[in-house]
Write a protein that binds this ligand. Structure first.
Ligand SMILES: *Cc1c(COP(=O)(O)O)cnc(C)c1O
Length: 432
């Protein structure tokens, strides 16, 4: 099969659109077959259609339809403009890093002093500047440690404080954290036993007090970050639990270090530690807005034991993570900016974009996402486009992922950093 009419640059007379290869010819091309392996026929056909469309508009040469299709199907993560309105979208890689964090990752990519003292020429504490920044942001924490993610933080805490012993936990907090992974299974995988107390909707101080005994490793409180129990509910406060003679560990989930006035129901590390918690665990890539990481903050003696356990070595974070985390703590990350963007600002952006795209501007509702603040709605604005654009936009490069509502595709602007507005316009133009 010959797809190229000749070397590029040769002038071909006649309508170039007639030279666009047919769909079945592109689908049969061995390069397309190889690139599309495992992608599913609809996705491959969508990539072909998008490439043909670009050739029809004259943006690529008809001879390049195969190459364009292969590029669209190429392995490796594709850049995505998140127009879903979900600020922390787990399937889209959770928090996007700030420009400062991206630069820090770039700078750390080669050899760095991550574990080396340049003044003495000797080995030094790994990631000490990042840990210092974290400790500075949470003065209530006597000690801090960072592991691979919050799940790893919980595994480390459970292993060190409760292997062969019991973790006392409310039945209302035995949560599934996503993709079929459940917190109780994770905790029990360490050899700790779960001592469930209370009921799904109500657990009080007395329930915990009756379960705590010689076998108790610690009491665990987990923030229900992806659902909300409403109605006849009760939960013991951290302060109440801290009166018990065992360590109290609080998994706050989202990674807020200090109270966030816009999300009053969301726990934060400073407040929880001030209430008396022994340890707090949290994710780095949810509301904190940084890289995937598990933060552990609290009593110095406990943190020291965690750091020295053999498992800590297996859960150790990469130098790139440490660099990104430190930069995230020093400047406002995109998740925080998105949360604080005013409706007026979103409307101004939407009208400017809508004008160039002939799209409608509609009101929308954003959410924080699986990363926290369940049920909490943030007013937003979206561009409304025909639903048929959803697939070509997803398959574009960068990909644009919106939300389909009825026969319309909504592109919610709260989750799109303003710096991506021009790219968003380009991407939509390329599909219309
Ligand atoms: C997200 C979450 C986890 C899991 O955190 P990862 O960083 O994804 O491992 C655990 N507990 C709570 C409460 C969470 O919200």
């Amino acid at each position: 099969m010959r797809l190229r009419a000749g070397p590029r640059g040769v002038t071909v007379t006649g309508d170039p659109r007639r030279r666009i290869p047919r769909t079945d010819a592109v689908l049969a091309d061995p390069r397309v077959v190889a690139a599309g392996e495992g992608a599913g026929r609809e996705v491959v056909k969508g990539a072909v259609a998008a490439a043909q469309e670009r050739a029809r508009d004259g943006r690529i040469a008809p001879e390049d339809v195969v190459a364009e299709t292969v590029a669209a199907l190429a392995a490796g993560p594709r850049r995505v403009i998140n127009a879903t309105g979900v600020l922390v979208h787990t399937n889209l890689g959770r928090a996007p890093l700030s420009a400062a964090a991206v630069a820090a990752v770039g700078a750390a990519a080669g050899c760095t002093d991550v574990e080396f003292d340049l003044a003495t020429g000797e080995r030094a504490g790994r990631g000490r500047t990042a840990l210092r920044a974290l400790a500075g942001a949470v003065p209530e924490a006597e000690g801090v440690h960072v592991v691979n993610n919050n799940a790893a933080a919980l595994v480390l805490v459970a292993t060190v404080l409760a292997a062969g012993r019991e973790i006392v936990i409310s039945r209302g907090e035995m949560v599934e954290i996503g993709d079929g992974f459940r917190l109780p299974d994770l905790l029990e995988s360490t050899g700790a036993r779960l001592r469930e107390v209370g009921t799904t909707n109500r657990t009080n101080r007395q329930d915990y007090a009756e379960a705590v005994g010689d076998a108790t490793g610690f009491v665990l409180k987990v923030h229900p970050s992806n659902f909300r129990v409403e109605g006849f509910t009760a939960a013991a406060s951290v302060a109440e639990l801290c009166a018990l003679p065992v360590p109290v560990v609080v998994d706050i989930g989202s990674g807020l270090l200090a109270p966030e006035p816009l999300l009053p129901g969301e726990p934060d590390a400073r407040t929880v530690l001030r209430s008396g918690a022994s340890l707090v665990t949290a994710s780095g890539d949810k509301l904190l807005g940084g890289p995937q990481a598990g933060l552990i903050l609290g009593r110095s003696g406990l943190v020291h034991r965690l750091r020295r356990h053999p498992l800590a070595r297996a859960l150790r974070v990469d130098k790139l993570t440490l660099a990104a985390l430190e930069a995230t703590l020093r400047a406002d990350p995109p998740v925080r900016l998105a949360l604080h963007t005013t409706l007026t600002d979103l409307e101004t952006r939407a009208h400017r974009l809508a004008e160039t795209l002939a799209a409608d501007v509609v009101s929308s509702v954003s959410v924080v996402g699986g990363g926290g603040a369940p049920g909490y709605e943030l007013p937003s604005v979206a561009l409304a486009l025909p639903e048929r654009l959803a697939l070509p936009l997803r398959l574009g490069d960068p990909s644009v992922v919106g939300r389909v509502a009825g026969d319309r595709l909504l592109l919610d602007l709260r989750s799109v950093p303003p710096s991506q507005d021009d790219e968003l316009v380009e991407a939509v133009r390329a599909c219309t």
